[in-house]
Design a protein around this ligand. Structure first.
Ligand SMILES: *Cc1c(COP(=O)(O)O)cnc(C)c1O
Length: 378
C-alpha cells in the first residue's frame, strides 16, 4: 500500500466524507513513532522488531526512521522483505526450527544470529552456519500472565538448556540465551523469573553469556489502562544486574505487538442489524482474527455515518463477521450503544499487530482500505 491518497486529519472526518463500505485500516505514523521512541530511548539494550507482527513496509520504514534498525525474522520471505528495504539491517533469525534450505538462505543473506531449542537443530546450525555467529539457547518456563502460551511450541526446559549451552561453550560460536514469555504478557515478574532462571542455567553450564534476549511479549494498550512499559524495562534492568554476578550479558528485546499495535486502528461497518445481533463487514477470518484467540480490544467506539460518536446506554450484541461460516463470530457478545444502527461504524483501536499479517481472503472478504492519518485526536 503506497498511500497515494490524501492524508486525512481525523478518522471520523474520513468516515463521514467517504462512507467506506469495506473495513478501513487507519495508519497513524505518529502513534507508531511514539511507541518506538519509548522502546528506543528507554529499553536498557538493543531493540529489534519482530517482523511477523506487522510486516508492512511503512511500519518497517517508520521504525528505521526512529533508530530501530535490527529485526527478528522467522522465514526466508521475512528475510528478503527486510533485506530489500534495508540491505544493511541486522537480522536475528529466531525461529528455532529451520530446514537446511532455510538455514542456507539465511547464511547467504549474511545473518549472524540464530536461536535454538533442541540438540538436533543445534547440530544443523553448527554444520551450516559459519563459526563466529551468535547462537541463543531458548528457554521455556511454565508461566501464566500472557494472553496465550508460547512455551507449548518452542523453548527448552532448564535442564535441556544446560545441555545445549555445554555443547556451545567450547565451540567457536558466540553464546547467548533468549526466551519469550508469551504475547501480551501483562506481568513484569514473568521477565524477572525468566532472567533469574537464565542466570542459574548459565552458571550451572559454566558459561558466560554474551547477550540475553528477553523476547517480545510486552503488552500493548488493548485494555482500558495503558501498560507502563517503563516498569517492565526497570524490572528487566534490575533483574539482570541482580542475578548475573560479574558477567552481565548485554540485553536485547524483540517486541512485535507492543511496538506495532497502536499505530493502526480499524473501522468496521454494521451491514445489518437484527434485534441484538449485528453483522459486521469484518470478522475473525480477517481484521478481528485475534478477538477469537485473546478477546476483543476494550478500546472501541461506535460512530454514526455522519461522523458523530454514539454514546449512551449500552447493550450486549452478538457479533457476526461477513463470511458464510458460522464460526465467523466474536467469542463473546460485545457491549455497544443500544442506538446502534445499520451503516454505523465500530472503530477499534490497537489493531496494528497480527491483523495485516494473519488476515485471510476467505469468502472474498479480508480486503482493507488503508488510510494514513496525521492527527492523534479521534
Ligand atoms: C512472535 C515473536 C516475537 C514477538 O512477540 P510479541 O508478543 O508480538 O511481542 C518475538 N520473538 C519471537 C521469537 C517471536 O516468535
Amino acid at each position: 500500500m503506497s498511500f497515494q491518497e490524501a492524508i486525512w486529519q481525523t478518522r471520523r472526518g474520513y468516515l463521514k466524507q467517504c462512507q467506506p463500505d469495506i473495513p478501513v485500516l487507519f495508519f497513524n505514523p505518529n502513534k507508531l513513532t511514539g511507541t518506538a521512541k519509548i522502546f528506543h530511548d528507554h529499553f536498557p539494550g538493543l531493540v529489534t522488531y519482530a517482523v511477523k507482527a506487522n510486516p508492512d513496509p511503512n511500519v518497517i520504514k517508520t521504525l528505521i526512521s526512529c533508530g530501530i534498525t535490527s529485526f527478528d525474522v522467522a522465514s526466508p520471505v521475512e528475510i528478503d522483505l527486510i533485506r530489500n528495504i534495508a540491505p544493511n539491517a541486522t537480522l536475528h533469525y529466531h525461529n528455532p526450527v529451520r530446514s537446511i534450505a532455510e538455514i542456507k538462505h539465511a547464511v547467504s543473506k549474511n545473518i549472524r544470529c540464530y536461536s535454538v531449542d533442541r540438540i538436533a537443530e543445534l547440530d544443523k546450525l553448527l554444520k551450516y552456519v559459519p563459526a563466529g555467529a551468535e547462537i541463543s539457547v531458548r528457554l521455556k518456563l511454565d508461566l501464566e500472565g500472557a494472553a496465550y502460551d508460547f512455551g507449548s511450541k518452542f523453548g527448552a526446559k532448564p535442564g535441556d538448556c544446560i545441555a545445549l549451552l555445554e555443547r556451545l561453550k567450547n565451540s567457536n560460536y558466540r553464546t547467548s540465551m533468549t526466551f519469550h514469555p508469551g504475547t501480551q504478557c501483562t506481568d513484569p515478574k514473568a521477565w524477572e523469573l525468566y532472567i533469574k532462571t537464565c542466570a542459574d542455567i548459565a552458571k550451572k553450564a559454566g558459561c558466560v553469556l554474551e547477550r540475553l534476549n528477553v523476547g517480545g511479549g510486552f503488552p500493548s494498550f488493548r485494555a482500558k489502562n495503558k501498560p507502563d512499559l517503563m516498569a517492565f524495562f526497570e524490572t528487566i534492568g534490575t533483574a539482570v544486574a541482580n542475578h548475573f554476578d560479574n558477567s552481565i550479558p548485554k540485553l536485547v528485546c524483540e517486541p512485535g505487538r507492543s511496538l506495532s499495535a497502536d499505530g493502526y486502528s480499524l473501522a468496521t461497518r454494521v451491514k445489518a442489524l437484527d434485534k441484538k445481533t449485528i453483522f459486521l463487514n469484518d470478522g475473525v477470518y480477517a481484521g478481528l482474527t485475534e478477538f477469537r484467540d485473546i478477546g476483543p480490544v476494550d478500546r472501541y467506539q461506535t460512530i454514526a455515518s455522519d461522523g458523530t460518536p454514539k454514546t449512551g446506554a449500552k447493550a450486549k450484541y452478538t457479533v457476526f463477521g461477513p463470511t458464510c461460516d458460522s464460526l465467523d463470530q466474536l467469542p463473546e457478545p460485545l457491549p455497544l450503544p443500544s442506538t446502534i444502527a445499520e451503516g454505523d461504524y465500530i472503530l477499534f483501536e490497537n489493531m496494528g499487530a497480527y491483523v495485516k499479517s494473519i488476515t485471510t481472503q476467505f469468502n472474498g472478504y479480508g480486503n482493507f482500505k488503508e488510510i494514513m492519518i496525521s492527527n492523534t485526536a479521534p
